[in-house]
Design a protein around this ligand. Structure first.
Ligand code: NAP
Length: 232
């Protein structure tokens, strides 16, 4: 079985995707910026390589020969980090590098992980505009993410790269179990309507959705939310 290249493989989503992909028998090329920081990542079927998703040459150098690429990169890992160094063009540069690199190397599928803040809340407003749901100080991060999505929409129309952005439709929980199930949301953050409350998804089930979209693509050139499965 051909391999998947995972950008951000050392992060929470990237590790979950790497684990899910390995469980299904895919070889994984795990892209991190500094391999020496991730001594635990290399494993049977996982090759750790150096790469920067925002650098065109670097991205192109690692994607060749894979059936798909996963973009699970974030320049912001937690509130303690602050936004002083956040590049508002980070996700735009990543989209540029990935679309160009994948097209150049003949890799046809890109599955990116998005951010719930640029979806619509229960009142129909973008979540990032509701300070009760999304802290205003995080807005620069949400705007950077939204700009990356717009770049995928603008430049990802070609036939060359069939991209999809999967956005957790509500909370995303590390350490929560893998159920193997998830639901599709639309533009709203809650899966079953405002009355159902937020639908928390585990990173493990987000990874199930990501690898499903590699294996049997069902969504094409859209951003779509993924929510925790409700009921049996
Ligand atoms: N509810 C939600 O909507 C929700 C919740 C959480 C996360 N997310 C999204 O999910 C995605 C993944 O988040 P996460 O929680 O897995 O983040 P994370 O744990 O912070 O991991 C992000 C990874 O990106 C890597 N990285 C940073 N800059 C890079 C670059 N230029 N090139 C390559 N790799 C780079 C980092 O590794 P190094 O620094 O070592 O290179 C890190 O391992 C992000 O887009 C995030 O916004 C959405």
């Amino acid at each position: 079985m051909s391999g998947i290249v995972v950008f951000g493989a050392g992060g929470r989503a990237g590790r979950a995707v790497t684990g899910e992909a390995r469980q299904r028998g895919y070889e994984v090329t795990a892209v991190v910026r500094e391999p020496s920081r991730y001594p635990d990542l290399g494993a049977d079927g996982v090759t750790v390589v150096r790469g920067d998703v925002t650098d065109r040459e670097s991205a192109r150098a690692v994607v060749g020969g894979h059936v798909a690429a996963v973009h699970a990169v974030s320049p912001f890992s937690g509130p303690e980090q602050g936004f002083d160094t956040l590049d508002p063009e980070f996700f735009v540069r990543a989209a540029d590098a990935l679309l160009e690199g994948l097209a150049g190397e003949g890799v046809g599928r890109l599955v990116a992980v998005g951010l719930f803040a640029n979806q619509l809340g229960a009142d129909g407003r973008p979540v990032m505009d509701d300070p009760a749901v999304f802290p205003p100080e995080f807005r620069p991060f949400a705007l950077a993410h939204a700009a990356g999505l717009e770049r995928l929409r603008r430049d990802g129309e070609s036939e060359a790269v069939d991209w999809v952005m999967l956005t957790p439709g509500g909370g995303l929980e590390q350490g929560a179990p893998r159920t193997g199930r998830y639901g599709w949301g639309e533009e709203r953050v809650f899966g079953g309507g405002p009355e159902s409350g937020p639908s928390v998804l585990s990173y493990a089930d987000l990874a199930v959705a990501v690898v499903d979209e590699v294996e049997a693509p069902s969504r094409h050139r859209v951003r779509v939310s993924v929510v925790g499965a409700v009921g049996e």
